[in-house]
Design a binder for this molecule. Sequence first.
Ligand code: AHR
Length: 507
Amino acid sequence: MSTHLDRAEAKLTVDPAFEIGEVNPRLFGSFVEHLGRCVYTGVHEPDHPAARADGLRQDVLDLVRELGVTLIRYPGGNFVSGYRWEDGVGPVAERPRRLDPAWCSIETNEFGLHEFMRFTEVAGVEPMMALNLGTRGPQEARELLEYCNHPGGTAWSELRRSHGVDKPHGIRLWCLGNELDGPWQMGHKTADEYGRVAAEAARVMRMTDPDVRLVACGSSNSSMPTFAAWEGTVLEHTYEHVDYISLHAYYEEIDGDVDSFLAVAEDMEHFIDSVVATCDHVRAKLRGKKRIELSFDEWNVWYRRLRDRATEPDWEIGPRLLEDNYTVTDAVVVGSLLVTLLRHCDRVTAACLAQLVNVIAPIMTEPGGLAWRQTSFYPFSDAARHGRGRVLRIEPHSTRHQTADYGEVNLLHSVAVQEDEDTITLFAVNRDTDRPLDLVADVRATGAVRVLEHRVLADADRHARNTAQQPDRVQPRQHTGATIDSGVLAAELPPLSWNVLRVTAAS
Ligand code: AHR
C-alpha cells in the first residue's frame, strides 16, 4: 500500500463467515506472585482503611473486577520453585517466616493458599495453581492436590478441614513448575530432567484427581538458547499427560527505538507459531491424538534492564520491586499483544498478564493509601470486556514502515471479534507515532449499520503516565467521526493509539 506524507491508511474486510475460533475466557488471566508488594500491601493489607475483615483490600478488589480478569496464577513465578505450600496453611500465628531466595525477601506466610482462594472467590476469578517442581517433586505436588481437592477422610484432606475449609477447592488448572529451563530458577533442570519429573507429577496428579488440567513448562522466553529444543524434549516426555505448554514473554523499549517496541507483537506472533509447530511436530512423531494448547501464562511490558532486584539481599518483607510505571506507549504495546493473543485464540486458550498489583502491574497501590489504574489497565479491560465470542479472520492491507528489529511491518495491527449476532468489535493499534491512520473496513457481510463507540487511548505526550499524584492523567476517551455508510466503516485512528471500534447491525 502506498505511503502518504501526512496520513497512513489501511483497508480490511470483516466477514463472519471466516472464523479463527472462539475466545476462551481464560485468555484474560493475570498473575499474583509472592514478589515485592503484589501480595503484601497489594491485594492484602489488614491495616488499610479499605481492608475487609479477611485482610483483602476492597479498593483493589473493585479494580480487579473492573479490569475483567478471569483467571489468576499463583503463587509464582520464581518464588514457587523454592516454596513449601504447607507454610501457608493453618493458624497464621504459627506459620513460619522464611527467606525467599528468588526475590531476596522475607516471606511471612501470612497470606497462603486459603487466603488466595478467598481472594479468587471474592474477585470472581478462577485459580491457576503453580507447583514447586524446582526444589520439590511429584510427591509434594500430589499431596497439595489431595489437600486442595479431595473431599475428606484422608490425612491431607482432613488437615484442610481442620484448617476450617470443609469443602474441597476443586482447583482445575495446575502449572507443573515455573521456568525450569532458566539457570536463575531454583532447581533449574535440563529438558530431559524436567520432562521426566513433569510426566511423573502429571501421572500421580491425574491418579489423584482425573479432572485436573495440566500445564508443562515451556521456555522462559524465545531467546533462550534451548528454545524449541526444550519444548520438543519436554513434550516427548509429557505429551499424553499434559494439556498445555506454557509461554512467557516480556518486552521493553530499548534505547528509544519506539518503532521496534511498537512492533514487538511480531515477536509474539512468531513465538506462538513456533511453539504450535513444535507441539504438532511431537504430535505427529508420537502419533498423538489430542492437540496441545498454549498457556501464555506470563506476558507484559517489563523494563527488565531497570530491574531493581537487590544484588546484596536486604531481606525485607514486601519490598518495592519491579514497580514499573507504564506510559501511554507501553499501554498501546499491551493492546497490541492482546490483539496477537486474540488472533491465536484457536491455540492460545489461557494467558496471564504478569502481574496483577504493584509488580509490573495494571493496578498500583500505596500502603495505607490510594489504589489506581496504570495506563495498561485500559487495553486489558477493553479486551476482557469486548474480546469475547468469535475471532474473525481479517487480512488488513496497511501502510507499512521499516523497523530495526522486525523489518517492514504494517502500521495497523488489529483483530475483529464478533461478540454476539449483532455486535462486532475491532481492536486496532496505530503504530505510527506521528500520523493518524485512515481505516476503511468493508463490514457489509456483518450487516453493521451503526457505530456504537470508538474508544481511544492516546496522548499528545507518549510518555504520559498515571501516578499516585495524578492517578487519572491518562484515560481512554470517546473519539468522534467514525461512520458507517453503505456497509463501509471509516474511522481515523490517532497517532500511536489503542482503539476499540464497536459496530452493530441493530438499528
Ligand atoms: O513475573 C516476574 C518473573 O518473571 C516471574 O517470577 C518469573 O517466572 C519470570 O521470570
